[in-house]
Design a binder for this molecule. Structure first.
Ligand SMILES: C[S@@+](CC[C@H](N)C(=O)[O-])C[C@H]1O[C@@H](n2cnc3c(N)ncnc32)[C@H](O)[C@@H]1O
Length: 237
């Protein structure tokens, strides 16, 4: 497998890094993706809607965009959302208090989830699992906290392809976007890290196999926008 994982000590600096860029995170997400990130999360929400889940956990929720979109379309759902970077959660809380949306945001590690077994109908994680130091452990935790028949939905960036589109995208993503992000956030290194972590993430086929290995049935993936982002799916048996 091609991925090299962040170590536990690197995780602490990843947490600090997200803490430092929190105030600019939403703005830069939408700017650097030309707003397409909203569409990618909406595809995850549409998939989630099919089962009308009642108890939902959004892991690595960051500034809460996916949790907020879920709450808007499934207002009766009980939504919990965890992230290890408190500054990211503070932005998420400001956003939900402005919109009077009730989501239970908590500081927490996606590899050691502070919820009982069989707690959720749906677990989502958008662009977070590539930062885990032990992704198999994370997937097993997701399995543990899901109820039987619970659904797993993951969004993640795969390593870029080697075709013309992939090369052009790589040039933009690895060479140009860190400068734009550095200008606005003062942490160019953070966006260089994000690029590196994408390059080192498993391929969609490899990651789908990891989802299956964690025990999930019907593991599958769907490429979004020429494969820049990937939507993964699995079901607890
Ligand atoms: C790229 S952001 C994605 C945030 C959000 N889900 C979104 O779609 O915009 C990655 C988030 O994962 C969080 N994160 C990374 N590793 C984590 C872990 N082990 N446990 C909890 N949160 C983690 C970071 O703090 C950061 O907020």
């Amino acid at each position: 497998m091609s991925d090299s994982l962040p170590s536990r000590s690197q995780e602490k600096s990843i947490e600090n890094m997200f803490g430092d860029i929190a105030h600019r995170y939403d703005f830069l997400n939408h700017l650097l993706s030309f707003g397409v990130d909203i569409h990618w999360r909406n595809q995850a929400v549409n998939l989630a809607l099919k089962d009308a889940p009642k108890d939902i956990l959004d892991v690595a929720t960051g500034t809460g965009d996916l949790a907020i979109s879920l709450k808007k379309v499934i207002p009766n759902a009980n939504i919990s959302a965890i992230d290890f970077a408190e500054n990211m959660l503070n932005i998420a809380k400001q956003k939900t208090s402005k919109k009077s949306l009730k989501i239970d945001f908590k500081v927490g590690d996606g590899q050691n989830i502070d919820f009982a077994d069989n707690s959720f109908d749906l677990l989502t994680i958008a662009y977070g699992i590539r930062n885990f130091s032990d992704r198999d452990l994370g997937l097993r935790e997701f399995y543990r906290v899901l109820k039987p028949n619970g659904k797993l939905i993951i969004l993640e960036f795969p390593p870029p392809t080697k075709d013309l589109f992939g090369r052009l995208f790589s040039f933009y993503f690895f060479k140009i976007s860190p400068y734009i992000a550095g200008f606005f956030s003062g942490r160019r290194d953070a966006y260089e890290y994000l690029g590196k972590s994408v390059r080192e993430f498993p391929s969609p086929e490899e990651f789908t196999a990891m989802i299956a290995k964690a025990g999930f049935a019907k593991p599958s993936y769907k490429r979004q926008l020429f494969g820049i982002s990937v939507l993964y799916y699995g079901e607890k048996q």
